[in-house]
Design a protein around this ligand. Sequence first.
Ligand SMILES: C[S@@+](CC[C@H](N)C(=O)[O-])C[C@H]1O[C@@H](n2cnc3c(N)ncnc32)[C@H](O)[C@@H]1O
Length: 247
Amino acid sequence: MSETVLYTDLSAYYDLMCADINYQAQSDCVHRLHQIFGNKGVSHLDIGCGTGPHIRHFLDHGYQCQGLDLNQPMLDQAQIRCPEAAFTLQNMCEFRIDQPVDLITCFLYSIHYTGELQPLQHCIGAVAKALNAGGVFCFNAVDKDHIDNQSSVAHSTHQDNSCFDFRSGWYYEGQGDQQKLRLSIRKTTNEHVECWQDSHPMVAIDFAQLTKMLDPYFEVTVLEHNYDTLQPLEVNSGNALFVCVKR
Ligand SMILES: C[S@@+](CC[C@H](N)C(=O)[O-])C[C@H]1O[C@@H](n2cnc3c(N)ncnc32)[C@H](O)[C@@H]1O
């Protein structure tokens, strides 16, 4: 099974799976962070953009947007949602854009899809290169040392005649540079049940290590993962919003 099979198979269900995510609040918050920390420019790139939900909101805030993703079916849906934006099929670990931009975002922990520490390092380097002076890189991440393997997030929703139950959670063995994103989907149509299970390898890192990796390129501020109020990261918190201003 190739690494993109999950999202290729699920691209039709992806927005349903994310139906409980407040994309507007996330986009508004990052727009605000860019106003506070950034260079006031309006060019934007979203890496690992998926079906483009954040890009839709950034366009509506007046940004000129681009998105990149490794999965063409996701990009096809993004292009329909955001006809004004430009999308390219690229790997976030080695991407290039024609002109540098003012804001680069990476939402829903997609930075962990870099998979290993070295590609993550390459991704950070590519982001720094693709930003204008004073530009902002904003993303969310989890600290491997604060993962609770028993914890998961679940929600259910209906579409047509089917009920969908989604569950996702992080799993970290306690050593090494890889963690897993475990995902399960259960689709019930009348008496008929279909299930999908996936365990996707993601890069595992702690926040001190990640900050050190970002530091040569960026002035880094680490905030609590809360899109409603901006607060510095608490000592024992493992879920953060990184705001990185290009040096
Ligand atoms: C969890 S989804 C998030 C999508 C979107 N950012 C959102 O918030 O709804 C992760 C996305 O990252 C993409 N992806 C995974 N690995 C990637 C890579 N190496 N380069 C670019 N995109 C990647 C997947 O195809 C998928 O669309």
